[in-house]
Design a protein around this ligand. Structure first.
Ligand SMILES: Cc1cc2nc3c(=O)[nH]c(=O)nc-3n(C[C@H](O)[C@H](O)[C@H](O)COP(=O)(O)O)c2cc1C
Length: 394
């Protein structure tokens, strides 16, 4: 995912420095070219050899080191970088950056780059709350540096509070969002539905379906990485939602319809991948039985057809993509649904093919639009998500 991208990691004198080995390793696995610059004090916490082994690049510490091929390294690295991530960022380095001081390799390189700079403060809670540190962070924000909010918790100094560097996975999320994809959806608002819905039939039992949410979550993540503002309306799932998306949790089909329809005015596009089953026939049958037994009727309400409602009311400049799962006549029904529900795209999810449908990491889909149909080979749900977004952008 990061092939061809150069990530510059700046490591400073904080106990959290050891965690950056993990971040470097994750970045290398994603095929990024990773360079690490350490402050002299950081070498007390982790040895440069660790980073050199992981990245296969020389780890720079000393601005005046002569042991490298001839290039003015702080300038060439600053130019080469697609992103600079300073993590952990000590109070000292934050202060130096805020004042434009360039007295070591890291601070000098930061002044010599036009790449986006991220700073992840890590320190004792009292240091973090110190007014001078806060003022320095504010100054960095003012100059366009991205400051990553530290986490709260038990700190290495045995105090509890704010000041913990977020885990490497979280830092990786920031890097991926910044550089993984071209921002061809910047400024667009996309609402995505995902997962199953549940209809309570009594206080204990419910009717639901096998949807895991993987396909919708993949679309949400892909859209976020391409710069869209994403709202993910999701039924109950077992998977973590993607970072940097606005998550709206719901349970029943009626909840989901409310969540979507109350937000419809402000969206540029909708991708409805949630499996919202229509239980009306079951409901009717159950009601008859209950009534004949003299019991109270079930609390199930008829399902609002979210796709159809959106299709009938959407504005000309709004784009609507639905998903369709059928066990019989899939392709014919998908095209019929696209037309009847006024969708711009209908994605037919092939339940009968191996590697497609509920719970899998891959999918086999056919995309219907007014220009005809396009069948995609088996691919990861992430790849399918990008194909769909390409269609929407077209
Ligand atoms: C064990 C230990 C842990 C430290 N942890 C931190 C820390 O998490 N954050 C911080 O700002 N300073 C921490 N310091 C203090 C810095 O290492 C010190 O301010 C140093 O001058 C920072 O240098 P640098 O900013 O050039 O890396 C720690 C010091 C020690 C001895």
């Amino acid at each position: 995912m990061l092939k061809g991208k150069t990530v510059l990691l700046g490591v400073t004198g904080s106990i959290a420095a050891y965690k950056i080995a993990n971040l470097a390793s994750m970045l290398v696995k994603l095929h990024a070219d990773v360079h690490v610059i350490m402050t002299q004090n950081a070498t007390n916490f982790i040895h440069p050899i660790t980073f050199e082994t992981l990245t296969q690049n020389k780890c720079l510490v000393d601005t005046f080191d002569r042991n490298f091929q001839f290039e003015v390294e702080h300038v060439s690295l600053g130019k080469k970088a697609d992103i600079v991530m300073i993590a952990p960022a000590s109070a000292n380095v934050i202060g130096k950056l805020a004042c434009g001081i360039a007295d070591d390799m890291l601070t000098t390189t930061v002044l010599a780059t036009k790449a986006p700079v991220y700073v992840s403060p890590a320190m004792n809670v009292t240091m973090y709350e110190n007014a001078i540190v806060q003022d320095n962070l504010e100054k960095l924000r003012k100059f366009g540096v991205h400051v990553i909010e530290p986490a709260e918790g038990f700190l290495a100094c045995r105090d509890s509070g704010k000041g913990k560097m977020p885990e490497p996975e979280v830092l990786l999320n920031y890097i991926e969002r910044e550089i993984a994809f071209e921002k061809d959806l910047a400024g667009k608002k996309i609402l995505i539905t995902a997962g199953p819905t549940r209809e309570a039939i009594d206080p204990v039992r419910f009717l639901s379906n096998h949807s895991t949410g993987k396909m919708g979550y993949a679309v949400a993540r892909a859209a976020m990485l391409r710069g869209a503002s994403v709202t993910l309306v999701t039924g109950p799932t077992q998977i973590a939602p993607p970072p940097f998306v606005d998550v709206v949790s719901c349970m029943s089909a009626a909840d989901m319809a409310d969540a979507v329809l109350s937000r419809k005015e402000s969206q540029d596009a909708f991708v409805l991948s949630a499996a919202v089953a229509d239980y009306t026939p079951l409901h009717t049958a159950a009601e008859k039985i209950k009534k004949s037994e003299g019991e109270q009727s079930l609390a199930l309400t008829n399902t609002v057809d979210i796709l159809k409602t959106l299709g009938e009311t959407k504005k000309d400049n709004q784009f609507l993509c639905g998903f369709c799962m059928e066990t019989e006549d899939l392709l014919a029904r998908a095209e019929e649904k696209r037309i009847r529900k006024h969708a711009d795209l209908m994605v037919a999810n092939n339940l009968k093919e191996e590697g497609a449908g509920f719970g899998t990491d891959t999918n086999v889909v056919t995309i219907f639009s007014k220009d005809g149909k396009r069948s995609l080979p088996k691919m990861s749900k992430e790849e399918v998500a990008h194909e769909l977004l390409n269609e929407i952008i077209k």
